[in-house]
Design a protein around this ligand. Sequence first.
Ligand SMILES: [Zn+2]
Ligand SMILES: [Zn+2]
Ligand SMILES: [Zn+2]
Length: 130
Amino acid sequence: MSEIPEIESKHTPPAAECAHCGHMLPHGLGEKTCVVCGAVCRVTHQPTVDALASETLPCPHCNTVVEAGSSDRPLDVACSACSGVFRITEKPYKVEIECPSCDRKLRIRPKPGTKQLNCPACDAAFNVTF
Ligand SMILES: [Zn+2]
Ligand SMILES: [Zn+2]
Ligand SMILES: [Zn+2]
């Protein structure tokens, strides 16, 4: 078994909110279940779908530019020039949060619900809710 090289996608859909309770849904496209109220919402974002399908990336084997051709992530694609296979992975979704005590910006991967954060600059602990 040889490892498939992975490239991170350049696009990711924006955060979606539950249509019922307004909390953030688990990130991604397709059917998502709200962790707060349990409603199942269908998340679509056509500009991102189009951008993902037409995304072009250099083949890690031979550097030929290859078009993804599908909005699925992760996506295994075969290079048309060298037949090498590689995987396009999902871009991690992050948001910037400002520490309420010292205004330091923290970049975190948001998860639905309430999360406690500790500021690395001033050690303040605070809660964020998505
Ligand atoms: Zn909900
Ligand atoms: Zn190639
Ligand atoms: Zn702080």
